[in-house]
Ligand binder design. Structure first.
Ligand code: 5AD
Ligand code: SF4
Length: 441
Protein backbone atom coordinates (compact mmCIF):
# COMPACT_ATOMS: atom_id res chain seq x y z
CA UNK A 1 0.00 0.00 0.00
CA UNK A 2 1.28 3.44 -0.75
CA UNK A 3 2.06 5.63 2.21
CA UNK A 4 1.06 9.30 2.12
CA UNK A 5 4.11 11.39 2.79
CA UNK A 6 4.77 14.85 1.35
CA UNK A 7 7.64 13.48 -0.74
CA UNK A 8 5.46 10.81 -2.27
CA UNK A 9 2.41 11.92 -4.23
CA UNK A 10 -0.93 10.61 -3.05
CA UNK A 11 -2.73 8.47 -5.55
CA UNK A 12 -6.26 9.08 -6.76
CA UNK A 13 -8.43 6.52 -8.52
CA UNK A 14 -11.64 7.81 -10.10
CA UNK A 15 -14.30 5.52 -11.52
CA UNK A 16 -16.70 7.35 -13.81
CA UNK A 17 -20.26 6.26 -14.52
CA UNK A 18 -22.88 7.72 -16.84
CA UNK A 19 -22.70 10.65 -19.20
CA UNK A 20 -19.91 12.60 -20.87
CA UNK A 21 -20.35 15.43 -18.39
CA UNK A 22 -19.23 13.03 -15.69
CA UNK A 23 -16.11 12.29 -17.76
CA UNK A 24 -15.38 16.03 -17.87
CA UNK A 25 -16.16 16.43 -14.14
CA UNK A 26 -13.84 13.53 -13.27
CA UNK A 27 -10.99 15.26 -15.10
CA UNK A 28 -11.68 18.50 -13.27
CA UNK A 29 -11.90 16.73 -9.89
CA UNK A 30 -8.53 15.10 -10.57
CA UNK A 31 -7.12 18.55 -11.38
CA UNK A 32 -8.64 20.04 -8.19
CA UNK A 33 -7.10 17.29 -6.07
CA UNK A 34 -3.84 17.68 -7.98
CA UNK A 35 -3.36 20.84 -5.96
CA UNK A 36 -3.42 18.64 -2.81
CA UNK A 37 -0.58 16.56 -4.22
CA UNK A 38 -2.65 13.81 -5.82
CA UNK A 39 -1.71 12.06 -9.04
CA UNK A 40 -4.13 9.70 -10.77
CA UNK A 41 -3.69 5.94 -10.83
CA UNK A 42 -5.59 3.29 -12.74
CA UNK A 43 -5.22 0.79 -9.89
CA UNK A 44 -7.80 1.04 -7.09
CA UNK A 45 -5.65 -1.19 -4.84
CA UNK A 46 -2.83 1.37 -5.09
CA UNK A 47 -4.96 4.42 -4.28
CA UNK A 48 -5.06 6.71 -1.24
CA UNK A 49 -8.40 8.10 -2.39
CA UNK A 50 -11.07 6.43 -4.49
CA UNK A 51 -13.83 8.57 -5.96
CA UNK A 52 -16.91 7.09 -7.59
CA UNK A 53 -18.36 9.69 -9.94
CA UNK A 54 -21.88 8.39 -10.13
CA UNK A 55 -24.98 8.48 -12.32
CA UNK A 56 -28.57 8.53 -11.06
CA UNK A 57 -30.44 8.59 -14.36
CA UNK A 58 -31.77 5.03 -14.15
CA UNK A 59 -32.26 2.67 -11.24
CA UNK A 60 -29.54 0.25 -12.35
CA UNK A 61 -26.98 3.05 -12.54
CA UNK A 62 -27.58 3.96 -8.88
CA UNK A 63 -27.55 0.31 -7.72
CA UNK A 64 -24.09 -0.15 -9.22
CA UNK A 65 -22.74 2.35 -6.71
CA UNK A 66 -23.86 0.31 -3.71
CA UNK A 67 -22.46 -2.92 -5.14
CA UNK A 68 -19.15 -1.17 -5.90
CA UNK A 69 -19.03 0.11 -2.32
CA UNK A 70 -19.36 -3.50 -1.14
CA UNK A 71 -16.25 -4.39 -3.16
CA UNK A 72 -14.34 -1.34 -1.93
CA UNK A 73 -14.87 -2.31 1.70
CA UNK A 74 -12.29 -5.08 1.17
CA UNK A 75 -9.68 -2.53 0.03
CA UNK A 76 -10.43 -0.31 2.99
CA UNK A 77 -10.04 -3.24 5.39
CA UNK A 78 -6.58 -3.81 3.90
CA UNK A 79 -5.67 -0.12 3.99
CA UNK A 80 -7.40 1.88 6.75
CA UNK A 81 -5.84 5.12 5.40
CA UNK A 82 -7.77 4.74 2.15
CA UNK A 83 -10.43 7.43 1.77
CA UNK A 84 -13.54 6.73 -0.27
CA UNK A 85 -15.69 9.44 -1.82
CA UNK A 86 -18.96 9.52 -3.76
CA UNK A 87 -19.38 12.27 -6.33
CA UNK A 88 -21.91 13.00 -9.07
CA UNK A 89 -25.67 12.65 -9.21
CA UNK A 90 -26.15 9.76 -6.73
CA UNK A 91 -24.15 11.87 -4.24
CA UNK A 92 -26.47 14.79 -4.94
CA UNK A 93 -29.67 12.77 -4.65
CA UNK A 94 -28.83 10.35 -1.84
CA UNK A 95 -25.74 11.77 -0.16
CA UNK A 96 -26.98 11.75 3.40
CA UNK A 97 -28.47 8.30 3.03
CA UNK A 98 -25.19 6.98 1.62
CA UNK A 99 -23.32 8.35 4.63
CA UNK A 100 -25.80 6.53 6.89
CA UNK A 101 -25.97 3.28 4.95
CA UNK A 102 -22.31 2.93 3.96
CA UNK A 103 -19.84 3.69 6.78
CA UNK A 104 -17.03 2.94 4.32
CA UNK A 105 -17.74 6.32 2.67
CA UNK A 106 -15.69 9.28 3.97
CA UNK A 107 -16.75 11.98 1.57
CA UNK A 108 -19.82 12.92 -0.46
CA UNK A 109 -19.60 15.73 -3.01
CA UNK A 110 -22.36 16.91 -5.38
CA UNK A 111 -21.71 17.98 -8.98
CA UNK A 112 -21.83 21.69 -8.13
CA UNK A 113 -19.45 21.51 -5.15
CA UNK A 114 -16.37 19.70 -6.36
CA UNK A 115 -14.23 22.84 -6.34
CA UNK A 116 -14.40 22.37 -2.57
CA UNK A 117 -12.70 18.97 -2.78
CA UNK A 118 -9.27 20.19 -1.55
CA UNK A 119 -10.79 21.41 1.74
CA UNK A 120 -12.91 18.28 2.01
CA UNK A 121 -9.82 16.15 1.45
CA UNK A 122 -8.02 17.91 4.30
CA UNK A 123 -11.04 17.27 6.55
CA UNK A 124 -11.19 13.54 5.79
CA UNK A 125 -7.41 13.19 6.20
CA UNK A 126 -7.98 14.61 9.69
CA UNK A 127 -10.39 11.78 10.37
CA UNK A 128 -13.68 13.64 9.79
CA UNK A 129 -16.45 12.86 7.32
CA UNK A 130 -17.27 15.49 4.70
CA UNK A 131 -20.55 16.06 2.86
CA UNK A 132 -21.28 18.90 0.45
CA UNK A 133 -24.29 18.74 -1.84
CA UNK A 134 -25.02 22.47 -1.98
CA UNK A 135 -25.85 24.41 -5.08
CA UNK A 136 -23.39 27.13 -4.02
CA UNK A 137 -23.61 30.73 -5.20
CA UNK A 138 -19.89 30.71 -6.06
CA UNK A 139 -19.12 29.35 -9.50
CA UNK A 140 -17.03 26.19 -9.31
CA UNK A 141 -15.38 27.05 -12.63
CA UNK A 142 -14.12 30.34 -11.15
CA UNK A 143 -12.61 28.59 -8.15
CA UNK A 144 -11.06 25.74 -10.10
CA UNK A 145 -7.59 26.59 -11.31
CA UNK A 146 -6.86 27.00 -15.02
CA UNK A 147 -6.40 23.61 -16.62
CA UNK A 148 -2.84 22.24 -16.54
CA UNK A 149 -0.77 22.87 -19.65
CA UNK A 150 0.25 19.22 -20.09
CA UNK A 151 -0.15 17.76 -23.59
CA UNK A 152 -3.68 16.50 -24.05
CA UNK A 153 -5.48 13.95 -26.23
CA UNK A 154 -6.77 15.35 -29.57
CA UNK A 155 -10.47 15.25 -28.59
CA UNK A 156 -11.74 16.90 -25.40
CA UNK A 157 -14.99 17.72 -23.65
CA UNK A 158 -15.79 21.21 -22.47
CA UNK A 159 -18.79 21.88 -20.22
CA UNK A 160 -20.59 25.08 -21.25
CA UNK A 161 -23.99 24.62 -19.64
CA UNK A 162 -25.34 22.63 -16.73
CA UNK A 163 -28.72 21.77 -15.35
CA UNK A 164 -32.14 21.54 -16.91
CA UNK A 165 -35.44 23.41 -16.59
CA UNK A 166 -37.42 21.08 -18.84
CA UNK A 167 -38.75 18.66 -16.20
CA UNK A 168 -39.51 15.70 -18.43
CA UNK A 169 -41.81 13.57 -16.27
CA UNK A 170 -39.36 10.63 -16.08
CA UNK A 171 -36.09 12.48 -15.45
CA UNK A 172 -34.08 13.22 -12.30
CA UNK A 173 -31.65 15.65 -13.95
CA UNK A 174 -33.53 18.85 -13.00
CA UNK A 175 -33.31 17.67 -9.38
CA UNK A 176 -29.73 16.36 -9.32
CA UNK A 177 -28.10 18.97 -11.57
CA UNK A 178 -30.39 21.87 -10.71
CA UNK A 179 -31.61 24.76 -12.85
CA UNK A 180 -30.08 25.65 -16.22
CA UNK A 181 -26.88 27.68 -15.88
CA UNK A 182 -24.65 28.76 -18.79
CA UNK A 183 -20.97 29.61 -18.45
CA UNK A 184 -20.10 33.02 -19.91
CA UNK A 185 -18.75 32.76 -23.46
CA UNK A 186 -15.51 34.59 -22.57
CA UNK A 187 -14.64 31.91 -20.00
CA UNK A 188 -15.50 29.09 -22.36
CA UNK A 189 -13.35 30.68 -25.08
CA UNK A 190 -10.38 31.02 -22.71
CA UNK A 191 -10.66 27.38 -21.67
CA UNK A 192 -11.01 26.36 -25.32
CA UNK A 193 -7.87 28.29 -26.34
CA UNK A 194 -5.92 26.66 -23.50
CA UNK A 195 -7.09 23.22 -24.60
CA UNK A 196 -6.13 23.92 -28.22
CA UNK A 197 -2.70 25.17 -27.09
CA UNK A 198 -2.32 21.82 -25.27
CA UNK A 199 -2.96 19.88 -28.50
CA UNK A 200 -6.75 19.55 -28.63
CA UNK A 201 -8.16 19.56 -32.18
CA UNK A 202 -11.79 18.65 -31.44
CA UNK A 203 -14.07 20.03 -28.76
CA UNK A 204 -17.39 18.57 -27.73
CA UNK A 205 -19.39 21.21 -25.90
CA UNK A 206 -21.35 19.63 -23.08
CA UNK A 207 -24.56 20.54 -21.37
CA UNK A 208 -27.62 18.68 -20.09
CA UNK A 209 -29.50 21.03 -22.40
CA UNK A 210 -26.61 22.43 -24.36
CA UNK A 211 -28.63 24.09 -27.11
CA UNK A 212 -30.43 26.18 -24.46
CA UNK A 213 -27.00 27.81 -23.88
CA UNK A 214 -27.38 31.54 -23.23
CA UNK A 215 -23.89 32.60 -22.15
CA UNK A 216 -23.41 34.31 -25.54
CA UNK A 217 -25.77 36.91 -27.06
CA UNK A 218 -26.00 34.69 -30.13
CA UNK A 219 -26.79 31.57 -28.07
CA UNK A 220 -25.04 28.29 -28.81
CA UNK A 221 -24.69 29.23 -32.50
CA UNK A 222 -22.84 32.42 -31.49
CA UNK A 223 -20.51 30.44 -29.24
CA UNK A 224 -19.86 27.86 -31.96
CA UNK A 225 -18.95 30.60 -34.44
CA UNK A 226 -16.55 32.28 -31.99
CA UNK A 227 -14.94 28.92 -31.24
CA UNK A 228 -14.64 28.21 -34.96
CA UNK A 229 -12.41 31.30 -35.23
CA UNK A 230 -9.76 29.68 -32.98
CA UNK A 231 -6.78 28.61 -35.11
CA UNK A 232 -5.87 25.01 -34.56
CA UNK A 233 -9.33 23.99 -33.42
CA UNK A 234 -10.55 21.81 -36.25
CA UNK A 235 -13.81 20.29 -35.10
CA UNK A 236 -16.73 21.30 -32.90
CA UNK A 237 -19.55 19.10 -31.63
CA UNK A 238 -22.15 19.59 -28.94
CA UNK A 239 -24.37 17.33 -26.85
CA UNK A 240 -27.08 16.86 -25.64
CA UNK A 241 -29.92 18.84 -27.16
CA UNK A 242 -33.65 19.31 -26.75
CA UNK A 243 -35.71 19.61 -29.96
CA UNK A 244 -37.45 22.77 -28.70
CA UNK A 245 -34.13 24.61 -28.37
CA UNK A 246 -32.93 23.99 -31.95
CA UNK A 247 -33.21 27.61 -33.12
CA UNK A 248 -32.81 28.96 -36.65
CA UNK A 249 -29.30 30.30 -35.92
CA UNK A 250 -28.05 26.87 -34.82
CA UNK A 251 -29.69 25.17 -37.78
CA UNK A 252 -27.94 27.56 -40.19
CA UNK A 253 -24.62 27.08 -38.39
CA UNK A 254 -24.90 23.39 -39.34
CA UNK A 255 -25.09 24.53 -42.96
CA UNK A 256 -22.25 27.03 -43.15
CA UNK A 257 -19.84 26.46 -40.26
CA UNK A 258 -17.33 23.94 -41.62
CA UNK A 259 -15.91 23.14 -38.21
CA UNK A 260 -19.31 22.13 -36.84
CA UNK A 261 -19.44 18.40 -37.51
CA UNK A 262 -22.35 16.76 -39.39
CA UNK A 263 -23.59 14.78 -36.40
CA UNK A 264 -26.38 15.66 -34.03
CA UNK A 265 -27.66 13.87 -30.94
CA UNK A 266 -31.27 14.96 -30.70
CA UNK A 267 -33.28 12.89 -28.21
CA UNK A 268 -36.93 12.36 -29.08
CA UNK A 269 -37.78 9.65 -26.47
CA UNK A 270 -41.04 8.52 -28.16
CA UNK A 271 -42.94 8.80 -31.43
CA UNK A 272 -46.39 8.88 -29.82
CA UNK A 273 -47.95 12.28 -29.22
CA UNK A 274 -49.95 10.89 -26.28
CA UNK A 275 -46.77 9.64 -24.60
CA UNK A 276 -44.76 12.74 -25.49
CA UNK A 277 -47.46 14.78 -23.76
CA UNK A 278 -47.44 12.50 -20.70
CA UNK A 279 -43.63 12.81 -20.69
CA UNK A 280 -43.99 16.62 -20.64
CA UNK A 281 -41.73 16.86 -23.68
CA UNK A 282 -43.70 19.82 -25.08
CA UNK A 283 -43.27 18.72 -28.70
CA UNK A 284 -45.09 16.30 -30.98
CA UNK A 285 -43.69 13.62 -33.28
CA UNK A 286 -44.55 15.82 -36.26
CA UNK A 287 -42.71 18.77 -34.74
CA UNK A 288 -39.62 16.55 -34.44
CA UNK A 289 -39.93 15.25 -38.00
CA UNK A 290 -40.32 18.78 -39.45
CA UNK A 291 -37.35 19.91 -37.39
CA UNK A 292 -35.22 17.07 -38.76
CA UNK A 293 -36.27 18.13 -42.27
CA UNK A 294 -35.12 21.70 -41.62
CA UNK A 295 -31.78 20.61 -40.16
CA UNK A 296 -31.17 18.22 -43.05
CA UNK A 297 -32.08 20.96 -45.53
CA UNK A 298 -29.27 22.98 -43.94
CA UNK A 299 -26.80 20.06 -43.78
CA UNK A 300 -27.97 17.19 -46.02
CA UNK A 301 -25.35 14.66 -44.88
CA UNK A 302 -26.05 15.22 -41.17
CA UNK A 303 -26.11 12.00 -39.17
CA UNK A 304 -28.75 11.84 -36.48
CA UNK A 305 -28.61 10.11 -33.15
CA UNK A 306 -31.32 9.95 -30.50
CA UNK A 307 -32.49 8.59 -27.15
CA UNK A 308 -35.60 6.43 -26.73
CA UNK A 309 -37.51 5.23 -23.70
CA UNK A 310 -39.81 2.22 -24.06
CA UNK A 311 -42.49 1.29 -21.56
CA UNK A 312 -43.22 4.74 -20.20
CA UNK A 313 -46.32 4.42 -17.93
CA UNK A 314 -49.44 4.12 -20.09
CA UNK A 315 -47.56 3.25 -23.31
CA UNK A 316 -49.79 1.01 -25.47
CA UNK A 317 -48.71 -1.21 -28.36
CA UNK A 318 -50.05 1.50 -30.71
CA UNK A 319 -47.91 4.15 -28.96
CA UNK A 320 -44.89 1.91 -29.32
CA UNK A 321 -45.64 1.32 -33.01
CA UNK A 322 -45.71 5.11 -33.46
CA UNK A 323 -42.14 5.21 -32.11
CA UNK A 324 -41.09 2.53 -34.62
CA UNK A 325 -42.77 4.58 -37.38
CA UNK A 326 -40.84 7.69 -36.40
CA UNK A 327 -37.58 5.72 -36.40
CA UNK A 328 -38.36 4.36 -39.88
CA UNK A 329 -39.04 7.88 -41.15
CA UNK A 330 -35.88 9.49 -39.73
CA UNK A 331 -33.33 6.66 -40.18
CA UNK A 332 -30.92 7.17 -37.29
CA UNK A 333 -27.22 6.53 -37.68
CA UNK A 334 -26.89 5.72 -34.01
CA UNK A 335 -29.11 5.69 -30.91
CA UNK A 336 -29.44 4.89 -27.23
CA UNK A 337 -32.54 3.14 -25.97
CA UNK A 338 -33.72 2.29 -22.50
CA UNK A 339 -36.52 0.62 -20.62
CA UNK A 340 -38.37 3.15 -18.55
CA UNK A 341 -36.92 3.19 -15.04
CA UNK A 342 -38.89 4.62 -12.12
CA UNK A 343 -37.06 7.49 -10.47
CA UNK A 344 -38.33 8.46 -7.02
CA UNK A 345 -39.48 12.07 -6.84
CA UNK A 346 -40.30 12.39 -10.54
CA UNK A 347 -43.96 12.84 -11.66
CA UNK A 348 -44.05 9.59 -13.68
CA UNK A 349 -43.04 7.55 -10.63
CA UNK A 350 -46.61 7.96 -9.29
CA UNK A 351 -48.16 6.25 -12.32
CA UNK A 352 -48.87 2.51 -12.75
CA UNK A 353 -45.87 0.76 -14.30
CA UNK A 354 -45.87 -1.57 -17.31
CA UNK A 355 -44.92 -5.24 -16.82
CA UNK A 356 -41.20 -5.93 -17.20
CA UNK A 357 -41.74 -8.47 -20.00
CA UNK A 358 -43.66 -5.92 -22.09
CA UNK A 359 -40.78 -3.46 -21.73
CA UNK A 360 -38.19 -6.13 -22.53
CA UNK A 361 -40.07 -7.20 -25.66
CA UNK A 362 -40.45 -3.60 -26.91
CA UNK A 363 -36.83 -2.77 -26.21
CA UNK A 364 -35.67 -5.81 -28.19
CA UNK A 365 -37.87 -4.85 -31.18
CA UNK A 366 -36.79 -1.20 -31.03
CA UNK A 367 -33.11 -2.11 -30.81
CA UNK A 368 -33.39 -4.57 -33.71
CA UNK A 369 -34.70 -1.75 -35.92
CA UNK A 370 -32.09 0.75 -34.69
CA UNK A 371 -29.25 -1.74 -35.20
CA UNK A 372 -30.46 -2.43 -38.73
CA UNK A 373 -30.44 1.32 -39.47
CA UNK A 374 -27.04 1.83 -37.86
CA UNK A 375 -25.54 -1.00 -39.98
CA UNK A 376 -27.11 0.41 -43.15
CA UNK A 377 -25.68 3.88 -42.46
CA UNK A 378 -22.24 2.40 -41.74
CA UNK A 379 -22.41 0.28 -44.90
CA UNK A 380 -23.27 3.41 -46.92
CA UNK A 381 -19.94 4.89 -45.84
CA UNK A 382 -17.98 2.19 -47.71
CA UNK A 383 -16.40 3.73 -50.81
CA UNK A 384 -16.70 7.27 -49.42
CA UNK A 385 -13.78 9.43 -48.34
CA UNK A 386 -14.33 11.06 -44.95
CA UNK A 387 -12.30 13.18 -42.57
CA UNK A 388 -10.87 11.24 -39.63
CA UNK A 389 -9.27 12.77 -36.55
CA UNK A 390 -6.71 10.21 -35.46
CA UNK A 391 -6.60 9.77 -31.69
CA UNK A 392 -4.44 6.75 -30.77
CA UNK A 393 -2.71 3.60 -32.00
CA UNK A 394 -4.98 0.61 -32.63
CA UNK A 395 -4.29 -2.85 -31.19
CA UNK A 396 -2.65 -4.10 -34.40
CA UNK A 397 0.84 -2.72 -35.09
CA UNK A 398 0.85 0.10 -37.66
CA UNK A 399 -2.86 0.70 -37.26
CA UNK A 400 -4.21 4.02 -35.99
CA UNK A 401 -7.70 4.69 -34.72
CA UNK A 402 -9.75 7.86 -34.96
CA UNK A 403 -13.24 9.28 -35.36
CA UNK A 404 -14.87 10.25 -38.62
CA UNK A 405 -16.76 13.50 -39.12
CA UNK A 406 -19.89 11.40 -38.42
CA UNK A 407 -18.39 10.06 -35.17
CA UNK A 408 -17.77 6.54 -36.46
CA UNK A 409 -14.69 4.82 -35.06
CA UNK A 410 -12.31 4.31 -38.01
CA UNK A 411 -9.19 2.11 -38.25
CA UNK A 412 -6.51 2.69 -40.88
CA UNK A 413 -2.85 1.78 -41.46
CA UNK A 414 -1.01 5.04 -40.87
CA UNK A 415 2.20 6.43 -39.36
CA UNK A 416 2.04 7.48 -35.69
CA UNK A 417 2.41 11.15 -36.59
CA UNK A 418 -1.18 11.27 -37.88
CA UNK A 419 -2.33 11.38 -34.25
CA UNK A 420 -3.90 14.79 -33.68
CA UNK A 421 -4.49 15.36 -37.40
CA UNK A 422 -7.67 15.24 -39.45
CA UNK A 423 -6.86 13.20 -42.58
CA UNK A 424 -9.04 12.01 -45.46
CA UNK A 425 -9.68 8.28 -45.28
CA UNK A 426 -11.35 6.16 -47.93
CA UNK A 427 -13.64 3.73 -46.14
CA UNK A 428 -13.20 0.14 -47.33
CA UNK A 429 -14.96 -2.02 -44.72
CA UNK A 430 -17.78 -1.80 -42.21
CA UNK A 431 -17.64 -3.93 -39.06
CA UNK A 432 -20.20 -4.20 -36.23
CA UNK A 433 -19.00 -1.09 -34.38
CA UNK A 434 -16.34 0.49 -36.54
CA UNK A 435 -15.17 1.22 -40.06
CA UNK A 436 -11.88 0.35 -41.73
CA UNK A 437 -10.19 2.45 -44.37
CA UNK A 438 -7.03 3.64 -46.10
CA UNK A 439 -5.39 7.04 -45.95
CA UNK A 440 -6.42 9.04 -48.98
CA UNK A 441 -4.08 11.99 -48.61
N1 5AD B 1 -35.84 5.81 -17.44
C1 5AD B 1 -35.25 5.44 -18.59
N2 5AD B 1 -34.49 6.25 -19.33
C2 5AD B 1 -34.29 7.50 -18.88
N3 5AD B 1 -33.60 8.53 -19.39
C3 5AD B 1 -33.70 9.57 -18.53
N4 5AD B 1 -34.47 9.25 -17.49
C4 5AD B 1 -34.86 7.96 -17.68
C5 5AD B 1 -35.67 7.07 -16.95
N5 5AD B 1 -36.26 7.42 -15.81
C6 5AD B 1 -32.91 8.47 -20.66
C7 5AD B 1 -33.50 9.48 -21.65
C8 5AD B 1 -32.44 10.55 -21.71
C9 5AD B 1 -31.19 9.73 -21.48
C10 5AD B 1 -29.99 10.51 -21.06
O1 5AD B 1 -31.55 8.81 -20.48
O2 5AD B 1 -33.66 8.85 -22.91
O3 5AD B 1 -32.42 11.26 -22.93
FE1 SF4 C 1 -33.95 15.18 -18.39
FE2 SF4 C 1 -33.14 15.93 -20.85
FE3 SF4 C 1 -35.75 16.14 -20.14
FE4 SF4 C 1 -33.90 17.77 -19.06
S1 SF4 C 1 -34.53 17.68 -21.24
S2 SF4 C 1 -35.54 16.73 -17.96
S3 SF4 C 1 -32.12 16.40 -18.88
S4 SF4 C 1 -34.52 14.22 -20.37
Amino acid sequence: MSASSPSQPRKLFIKTYGCQMNVYDSERMAEALGSEGYVTTDRPDDADMILLNTCHIREKAAEKVYSELGRLRVLKDANPDLKIGIAGCVAQAEGEEIMRRAPVVDLVVGPQSYHRLPAMDRAVRGGAKALDTDFPADDKFDTLKARPKARRAPAAFLTVQEGCDKFCAFCVVPYTRGAEVSRPAAKVLTEARDLVAAGVAELTLLGQNVNAYHGHPGGLAGLVRDLAAIDGLQRIRYTTSHPNDMDAALISAHGDCDKLMPYLHLPVQSGSDRILKAMNRKHTADHYLRLVERIKASRPDLMLSSDFIVGFPGETEADFEATLDLIREVAFGQAYSFKYSTRPGTPAAEKPQLPEEVMADRLARLQALLTQQQRAVQQSMVGRTVGVLFEKPGRIAGQMIGKSDYLHAVYADAPADVIGQVRPVRITTSGPNSLGGVLAG
